[in-house]
Write a protein that binds this ligand. Sequence first.
Ligand code: AMP
Length: 190
Amino acid sequence: MRRLAVFLASSDGNDPAYAKLAADVGAELARRGIGLVYGGGRSGLMGVLADSALKAGGEVVGVMPRSMVEREWAHEEVTELLMCDSMHERKAMMAERADAFVALPGGLGTLEEIFEVWSWRQLGFHAKPVGLLDAGGFWTPLLDALRGIADSGFLPASTLDDLAVAPALPGLLDALEERLRRGPQPAHGS
Ligand code: AMP
């Protein structure tokens, strides 16, 4: 894996453990020589992640709509800041540049981004693996809800199993690599 797209909060959350997690992930990606692709923000966990990866000598590519850059939301020090015109374009550019996608703790923006890439993988629009970093069980309530949806017959068990989930980055990267080797998820409904 050369580059990993990370979706995560533009705010700090209410526990310093979230910032520590983002900082650890940034440093570990840099240590492994995996480039970071993210939304280009300087606030919240996004900023902490980028700062930490840069400090450890990693490559950081930020992608942000011009209107957000003009509102001074962009991180000034990233290796490369790519500008675009819309949130749709931003997600497409991030997806193009990354080999896999993961979500760290976040809110609506994070959920929207990770669900889009996961549903598009299910439909075969791309073959890049998708995962959740379930540190401290942050995503466990969401995973429980998803299991309920699967039990109702709206989410194939194969799609749920295809989502890589691990409590720490090394295990999550292993799970993503394994899915990269396996290739695309079998087509939805096949
Ligand atoms: P959330 O998980 O709701 O914090 O959203 C994270 C996503 O929202 C990222 O894609 C961010 O680019 C975007 N976002 C929302 N507010 C901001 C902000 N003030 N600065 C940078 N990005 C933001």
